[in-house]
Design a protein around this ligand. Structure first.
Ligand SMILES: [Fe+2]
Length: 318
């Protein structure tokens, strides 16, 4: 028993309607809003309601919700977070009937751990690939070249946050919430998981707290490519970085940019850690911390163009 999934994310943007149109294009399914609710809510194919967009003066991560199995898990998380709630640490731990909430002190993001059913994704048959001496696809074109429908992400995979205090953010997630460390980027970041996926949260050292990207699982590398190409067709300005393959997590990636400045990633083929004792975290040096192959990352990938404005906004915020 324990933590088992990244359930949902709430992102704040100044331009809700425009940003909502982007995520509709991205392949998330808009949910009919509740009367009086100004937020825009989206579903994935397998993960249910996983994205909520609300209005804030500047773009930021508002909330992450993590799924846990039972009240024993909540009790443990409460105890761990309370132990960390020292002066200068996060604020009070709020206990609901089926959840625990605390604010991560370095970024101001609210983190909710809630009792949630496990995500049981339907088994998808392997895409047949031909290789040297291995003909798996006989007398047929590759399935990826025959697809015509819009790419629709299966689930929210991970969220990446810039933090001005990496040690504090790491401690909050690892020792407080109970994430596990998967890998580190030397001096710059920590890949952490609350499910079998290699990472559900990556905390990156940054001069100001900000949402770097959200990442959405698609079926395979063809869907990564098809999804990105469809997004770029009338909007070349959305391109950020791709196609490539990461080293940490091994996933194929393509990053695009929403109209508020947040990146969103299509990914497939992420490493899964099923037996914790069989995974040894590594500290990745140099380019490996970023990627294994692909075009060189643009400078704006690590230092988004609005970072200066975000610093001003963050300092002006109450
Ligand atoms: Fe990512």
């Amino acid at each position: 028993m324990g933590l088992h999934r990244l359930s949902s994310v709430v992102i704040g943007v100044p331009n809700v309607a425009e940003t909502a149109r982007y995520y509709t294009d991205f392949g998330l399914a808009p949910v009919e809003p509740e009367p009086g609710d100004d937020a825009r809510v989206f579903r994935t194919r397998d993960g249910g309601e996983q994205l909520r967009i609300v209005e804030t003066p500047f773009r930021r991560l508002v909330q992450l919700t993590i799924g846990a199995d039972d009240h024993d898990d909540l009790g443990r998380v409460t105890e761990q977070l309370t132990r960390l709630a020292v002066p200068g640490g996060h604020g009070p731990v709020e206990q609901g009937p089926d959840s625990v909430t605390a604010v991560e002190p370095a970024t101001g993001a609210r983190v909710v751990v809630a009792i949630t059913p496990r995500l049981d994704q339907p088994h998808t048959p392997a895409t047949p690939y031909n290789g040297p001496g291995r003909i798996e696809r006989v007398n047929a074109r590759a399935p990826g070249v025959d697809r015509t429908g819009r790419v629709t992400p299966r689930k929210l995979g991970h969220v990446v946050i810039g933090t001005p205090d990496l040690a504090v953010t790491e401690r909050f997630f690892l020792e407080g919430v109970g994430f596990k460390l998967s890998d580190r980027i030397a001096g710059a970041g920590a890949f952490m998981r609350c499910s079998v996926d290699h990472h559900n949260v990556l905390a990156l050292r940054a001069p100001v707290p900000f949402l770097h990207h959200t990442s959405w699982q698609v079926d395979d590398v063809d869907e990564v490519g098809r999804g990105a190409m469809a997004m770029l067709e009338d909007h070349p300005e959305r391109h950020v970085w791709g196609l490539g393959r990461h080293h940490a997590g091994s996933n194929f990636f393509w990053y695009l940019k929403d109209p508020a400045g947040n990146f969103s990633e299509y990914y497939s083929d992420m490493d899964c850690v099923v037996d914790d004792q069989l995974w040894t975290p590594e500290t990745l040096e140099g380019a490996k911390g970023l990627f294994n192959w692909g075009p060189p990352p643009p400078p704006s990938f690590l230092k988004p163009e609005d970072l200066g404005a975000l610093m001003t906004g963050a300092h002006a915020a109450p």
